[in-house]
Design a protein around this ligand. Sequence first.
Ligand code: GLU
Length: 293
Amino acid sequence: MSKIPYIGRFAPSPSGRLHFGSLVSALGSYLRARSLNGKILLRIEDLDFYRCKDEYTKAIIKELKVLGFEYDNDPYIQSKHQDIYREYAQKLLDKRDAYYCKCTREDLKHSPCKCKFLHLVPNDKQAMSLRYEVDTSITSFEDSLLGTVISAPLVDNFTLIRKDKVIAYNLACVVDDALEGVTEVVRGSDLIDITTSQISLYRSFNFAKAKYIHLPLAMENSEFKLSKQNKAKAILDIAPPSVLLKEALEFLGQETSFFTPSMTPSQILDKAISNFNLKAIPTMPKLCPSLFL
Ligand code: GLU
C-alpha cells in the first residue's frame, strides 16, 4: 500500500510583521513536516483587506527567509485566488448548506435570524452575507499532540462571504488546505475552537480529512495571548535570527544543547529537524520569553 506523503503548511495573516507567536507556528509546522521528510507550503492569508497589508506580506516572506525557512512552493497569496473560494461557496449554496442572510447586527440584537428559511437571492438594493450551516453534531477531533479534543462548534452558522464581499478565513483556509493536499494542519491553539466548524466544511465539500496539531499559545501574561492586536513586537527588531530560533525551540520544549551563537539559521534548523520530538511540545499555554514582551 502506498503511503500518502506528508504535506504541511504555514499560513500567516499579514496584519503585521512576524511576532513570537507566529514564529512558534512557523517553526512547529516546519519541523514536523521536515522531520517526516514531508513538504511544507507557505500560504499568505490576506483576504481581509481591512487588516492585511502588502507591505506585511513582503516583510513576512523576507523574514521567514532570513530565519532559514525554505518552503516547497512560491508563497500562495490568497487574495489572488478569490474566484476559487467563490466557486466553492456556490457549491455550498447549491447543496443548501449555505444561505444568504440580510440581517444586520442591529437586527440580530432584536430577533434571531430566520434567513435560512427564506431562500433569499442577493440583489443590487440590499447587500447580503453568505452564511454556512455548521454540522453541530461534530463535537470532537483528534489532535496528534493533544489527543482527543472535545470542542463543540461555537456557533451553528458562520459567515462564508461578508456583506462587503470579504471572503472569510474559514472558507478559504479549508478550501486551500484541501486543494493543496495538506495532510496535517499545525497551528496555534487559538484556532482549536474553530476546528470542528472547519471539519464540518470538509464534510460538506467531501474533502479528505486532515490531521491536526495545535501548538501551545505564547502568552503575554496569565490572561492574554501575544497577538498583533496586543501590539506584539516584531521579533527581527529584537534579536538575531539564530537567537530567535533558539528561543522558539526552547518554547516548544525542543533540544537546544547543540546551539552556538555562530551557527547559521539553516544549521540550527537542520539540527532541530533531526532532534524533533513531538511529545516534548508543551500542551498548555506558556508565558512568552521576556525578551519579546
Ligand atoms: N492565518 C491564521 C493566522 O495567522 C492562521 C490560520 C491557520 O493556520 O489555520 O492566525
